[in-house]
Structures are given as C-alpha cells and as structure tokens.
Design a protein around this ligand. Structure first.
Ligand code: 13P
Ligand code: SF4
Length: 320
C-alpha cells in the first residue's frame, strides 16, 4: 500500500495522540517545525530546553521533531530511550560546515585552548569538545572558563563573534554558519523598518553582524518569544527562521510579526532541513518506530561529557 493510501482518511492528530499513549511516547519539537507539528508536540522549545527535556524524559520513545543533531543530542543524554525522527535526512548546514577530520586537525594547532562547540554540530564534534553551548547559554558557558584560558569556538562564527564581543574574550572562531540566518538583508530590513517605523527588529545571534547591529533585541528562539510576550511594543520584525512566529502569534494574537526579508525573493528563511518533517512523517515514525537514531557507545560517552558540563553550568546560572 502506498503511503498516501495508508494515510487516507486518517485524522493524524487523533492517531498520533492514540499512538503516543499506547507506546508511552513523547514528541519534542523545535520552534522551527511546521505549525501542525508544534501543535501536537508535548514540548516545544529551543535547543537548550529540548536537551533538558530529552535528558529527563522517562518515555519509552522520544520522537524528535527537529534535525539530526538534535535527535543525536537526545540519544547522547538519554541512551536507554528509543529515539526516532521523522526524516533521517533532516540535517543542518551549520553542522555540515564542520567536518570532524578537519576540525580535529584545526584543534591540533591550538593544543592549550578550551574547545566550546555550539550544540548545532555532530556527535563527533561534540566528542572533540570540552564544553557545549546553545544560543541561550553561550555567554554563561564562555564566562565559566577561567580568564587565563584561550578558547576555540565552533562551528558558528556569527554566534562566536557575538559572544566574543559580549564576554570580552578573544576566541579563535571556526568558519561555519547557518544558511538560514545568513540570508537576511540589512538593506531590506532597513527599508521594512522605514515602512513600519514602530516595529522592533529582533534577531537570533546566528545572524550576520550587519543584521545584529540593527537588532534592538538579540536572543535564542525562546528568548525572542519571551521578549515579544513581555514587550509593550506591538510590532516586530523577526530575523530568525519563520517557525517561531507561530508561537509568537499564539502568545500575542493582537501583535504583528513580520518575517525579516531575505536578500532574494525565495522563502529562504524557512530552514529546508527543519521543514523536511511533516505531520505524516511524525505519524509514520511513531507507528513504525523508524527511522531510529542509534549511536556507538564509545562516541556517545565522549559526546556526553561536554553536554553534561553544559547542563550543569546552565543549572548553576539559573538557565532552567
Ligand atoms: P536555538 O534553538 O538555540 O534558538 O537555535 C536555533 C537553531 O538554529 C536551531 O537549529
Ligand atoms: Fe541548522 Fe540553520 Fe536549520 Fe538551525 S536553522 S537547523 S542552524 S540550517
């Protein structure tokens, strides 16, 4: 039977809810997922929140509606759970921009440096790192490193530059970036701001410097969402992936959210990797318990250590 026929006439929301109960499964979704996936998720969050949820989950199955490195993170932190993801091909341009063999060679040039890697990297890069960070806790993680220590920051040069400026630390940056956050046009945002003078520009720190210079608030996806809720302002130009706007609109239905324009006419501020996941694929992966994310135990243990350090520092910094 073709997948389409198999799915015909099914109420996927109902079927997914039924399967979740039967199988003691939980659905964790990133804010960049399609709205329907966000709406059936048990938890929606940014990378830090999702890691914390994955680490403490006692579900038998974790369905990770996000990208591959996020599902890997869940497996690293909670190996006895079965971790499935809707589409095994949902990768990440930022993670891809840091191949482990090249990074290992790069790291050898700076043997005394502490390696901080942004969570948007493969398990192999995590295993080569001393500390992991997310966009929510990068400042606290870097500040936890003694001042006399030199730092390598990988793989996102934009987040690295932003954190170097905030912490005053001089860091060696790996030359990686996110295809979605590099697409915004400073000029087109300025033009949009002229047309909507009351709108506040808010941006994710994966954006390039010229866009961050325009932003009146910079933060992780959760921080951006919370800012729009608490702010008395009524309109926002949002420089990050468009998925987060679903939660912003749900939380503040009377406010206006305008996606920041990309530097061409395509819908490039939709992450093509995140958007590979669909409600149908969520249903099928929960039903068939495949594709499953598995990991060699030696690699997992090496990747777990810097992840645990990150979670401990986050608790101490009150970022939970
Ligand atoms: P956060 O979830 O930390 O905001 O990062 C956004 C992102 O690019 C995830 O892929
Ligand atoms: Fe990777 Fe960027 Fe997509 Fe996030 S938005 S998954 S960093 S490509």
């Amino acid at each position: 039977m073709s997948k389409n026929l198999e799915l015909q006439g099914l109420d996927l929301f109902e079927e997914i809810a039924k399967l979740k109960k039967e199988k003691n499964a939980v659905i964790l979704a990133h804010y960049y997922q399609n709205p329907d996936i966000q709406d059936i998720a048990d938890y929606i969050g940014d990378s830090l929140g999702l890691s914390q949820q994955a680490a403490k989950s006692d579900a038998d199955i974790i369905v990770f509606a996000g990208v591959h490195f996020m599902a890997e993170t869940a497996k690293i932190l909670n190996p006895s759970r079965k971790v499935v993801l809707p589409d095994l091909k949902a990768g990440c341009s930022l993670a891809d921009s840091c191949p482990p063999e090249e990074f290992a060679k790069f790291k050898q040039q700076y043997p005394d440096h502490v390696v901080v890697s942004y969570i948007n990297c493969t398990a192999e890069i995590k295993a080569l790192s001393d500390l992991i960070c997310t966009s929510s806790n990068a400042e606290a993680i870097v500040n936890s490193i003694p001042k006399d220590k030199q730092i390598i920051f990988a793989p996102d040069k934009n987040l690295g530059r932003y954190i170097a400026r905030k912490t005053g630390r001089d860091m060696i940056l790996w030359d990686g970036s996110c295809m979605v956050h590099e697409i915004f046009s400073q000029q087109r945002i300025l033009r949009l701001k002229e047309q909507n003078p009351a709108a506040i520009v808010i941006a994710h720190p994966e954006c390039e410097e010229p866009v961050l210079e325009l932003a009146e608030y910079i933060g992780s996806t959760t921080a951006l969402l919370n800012y729009t809720i608490k702010s008395p302002e009524q309109a926002f130009i949002v420089a990050t992936e468009t998925g987060i706007i679903h939660q912003m609109m749900k939380a503040s239905p009377n406010k206006t959210f305008i996606p920041a324009p990309p530097n061409n006419s395509c819908a490039c501020n939709d992450c093509p990797h995140m958007k590979l996941n669909t409600l149908e694929k969520v249903y099928l992966c929960l039903k068939n318990e495949t594709p499953e994310l598995t990991m060699e135990e030696g690699l997992r243990l090496k990747a777990e250590l810097p992840m645990r350090r990150m979670l401990d520092i986050s608790v101490k910094a009150g970022l939970v």
